[in-house]
Structures are given as C-alpha cells and as structure tokens.
Design a binder for this molecule. Sequence first.
Ligand SMILES: C[S@@+](CC[C@H](N)C(=O)[O-])C[C@H]1O[C@@H](n2cnc3c(N)ncnc32)[C@H](O)[C@@H]1O
Length: 430
Amino acid sequence: MSSIKLSNPKRNNSNKRNKSSWFDYYAGYSPEFVEDALNYLNLSLDSVILDPWNGSGTTTQIAEDLGYRAIGYDINPVMLIVAKAKGIDNKYLKNVEEEAHELIDESHNCVIEGTNDDPLSIWLHPSSVLIFRKLEMAILNKNLVSDKGKLQKYNFESISSKVAFYYLGLFKTIKKLLFPFRSSNPTWIKRPKLTSERMKINEDEVFESFLTSMTEMVSSIGTESSKKKVKNRAIISVNTSESLPLSSNSVDAIITSPPYCTRIDYAIATVLELAILGFSSENYLTELRNKMIGTPTIIKEPIEIKKEWGTFANTFLKLVAEHESKASRSYYYKVYLQYFNSMYNSIKEINRVMKGGSYCILVVQDSYYKDILIDLSTIFSEMGESLSWRVENKISYQNKRTLASIHQDTRKYRKSSAVSESALIFQKVN
Ligand SMILES: C[S@@+](CC[C@H](N)C(=O)[O-])C[C@H]1O[C@@H](n2cnc3c(N)ncnc32)[C@H](O)[C@@H]1O
C-alpha cells in the first residue's frame, strides 16, 4: 500500500467540472475522493468494486470510468436513475439539445389514458400532469440501448444511461416548477390541502424548463470526449444492503458512505422524483421509508441489542434511553436501535461478499443526539473488529454542514454546526 492522501469527501462543485452537479444530493461524496481511494488501493482492472449504498452513483461512475467492474446498490429507485444517468457517454452530450427538442415534438403524438390517480396530481392540475406523462412516454420510447426494445414503465433496472439522463431532466424540471411547495426544511415538500391549490403549468413552461435543465447539465461538464477507459458497464440496481445478491468472497473492494444517523428522511426528500417515476402511493412511501437505514419511522418488529455492535453503540443506546428529554425512551431510542441493527446486518453482508484480504473504505459522519455524540467512526470500527476487520487507517476531515443543524433540538443543545467526517480504511483479515 502506498502513502495515504485522500481528497475531502465533501462535494465541491465549484472548482471542477463533474457530474455531481447534476443532482444536488446532500448525502453524496466527491468524485475526487473515490478516485483517490481507487488509486490508493491500486487494484488490477479486473477487480470488482462494490458500493452497497451507491446513492447518486459517485463510486460506480468513477470506478467505471477508470475501467473497473463496478456494482452499486441503493434502496431508493430515484438513486438508481441518478446513478445510471452518470454512466452516459460524453459523446451523446453534443446532441442533447436537438434530441430534447425531438422528445418534445414526439410527446405531442403520445396518447395517455387517465391521470386522476397519478402521484403527480397531488401537486399538479391534471392537464399539467398530462404534459409530463407524454414527455415521459417519449423518453421511455427512446430506450434503444438494450435489445429489450421499449422499456416497460416501473422496470427501471433495464433503463439505459441515456434514458436515465433524460429522466434526470424531468426530475430537475419538476423540482424547479414546484418550487412554491418547498419549505424551510430542504427535505420536505408541502402538499396542497385543496385540489384547487394544485398548480396549473402550461406546455411552454414545462418544455422550456426541461430544455434548460438538459442544457444546464451538458454545459456543467462540457462536451469534450472524456478520458474514460470503460471496459465494463457498471451494474446498478435497487437492493437492500442487508441482503446482497452476490456470491460470498466475490468483491475486491468496497468504497461507500453508509446512510447517516441524523434522522433525515431520504425517502421524503425525493418524493417529487418518486412521483415522476410513478411511485408515490402512501403504501409505497411507507414501505420505502421502513426499508431505509436511518429512517425516522418505527418498524413494529422487536429488536434485541447485540454485544457485537460494540461498547460505544451499547453505551450510547443506554444514554439515549435514560436521557431526560421528551420521547427519548419511547421514540428516539427505537430509532437508534433500528439503525444499529440494520447497520450491523449490512456490515455482516458486506463482510460475506468481500474476498479475504480485501479493503473496505467507509466515509462516516459523526452526529449528535441532543448533547450525546454519535461517534460513528468508533461504532463502525467496533463492528468491523467483531468481524475480524483490521483498521488500516483513519483520516479525519472537519466540514461545515448546514443540514446537520436542520433539527431545532440540535441548535438548542449545541452552538456549532461543524461536523467531523472520517474515511475509515478496513482490511478483511483472511
Ligand atoms: C450517504 S448516502 C450515499 C451517497 C453516495 N456516496 C453518493 O455519492 O451519492 C447513503 C445511501 O444509502 C441508501 N440506503 C438507505 N438504506 C438503504 C438500504 N437498506 N439498502 C441500500 N441502500 C440504502 C440511501 O438511499 C442513500 O442514498
């Protein structure tokens, strides 16, 4: 192993042209970090790189671009689309504007039946929903990359990068146009109480916003040919980290950042994008939220504390249960219990699929419950040790994050919103 120098995982779109500006994912880390991590590991190009919490697809994009065999999973279908879009070949970008105009023209010929129970109609007047759905149909009809022909809606696993890229344009369009439903909490989109409060947006507004979104994405990275060495397309799909569809001892390296432990609701934060994908029934949302690690929802099944979670996690749970503040025992204790349980199940799964001697690089962020520190780097180190992982290195970064302080109670208990982020490098001992 060479000496250690890994860029800050915090995203910084200002100084480099990269695809992370395409989707403003506050949970995302920087492409530079992944590139440095891969250079540090110095693996042969036939190596399999896995990200079990792939999010916006930073790991899969960089690993694919550098020529590795990349696999990325995420439980949220929105993130599958974002991650796939990043795999688009730069050579297609030159024609995006022309193609976007074609899609708009073709949407006029698309026929859609009924939009009443469409999730978009929570916010939009049915006539506006129809404009979006016709444009979506024109996009879906372009899924020509695979031999499977036209894409079936909801079968997003087989979506091409190009179609995913146009979906990203739809995501941006809906977010821009539904701006009036934003609230002070950036993860929360308000819902109109009365159907009469739904927005009526005309064709010109939708099309103009779509065209602008597409051209903004292209100009954010330019259309020069990339130095990609793509040999293998990344495998990207929707899956839980608690049960990975991979054989034991099959992965050469993991580079990832686990879901935060800050009670931020990732499913709700992507509710508009989920609506574009057609997935917003209350049942679906509840199911997705329940499957997400770090969810603020409480799942009914009882969970037993395990000593393998480590001393820190066990002590932390005891402190939360005994904390004087309201709902500590009745609610927050359960939230953290779920988090540690799902996280440990995932770490065990990751350990199963890793080859002996391989590396796992985790980017973790500390947070607080009221005044109690949740030292995730110690918690993960202890979980790793219980599986015989060796801590090879730990690099700490100090970042200023605004989202860490969105909860009112955080502001009450602590003055600073600075958070400590660490990159932990583990090796699975044979
Ligand atoms: C910190 S983010 C990863 C961000 C990623 N590194 C990037 O650059 O965009 C963690 C991700 O874990 C996903 N997640 C939450 N629970 C999951 C689960 N049970 N299985 C798989 N993914 C899950 C969330 O949807 C989120 O995208």
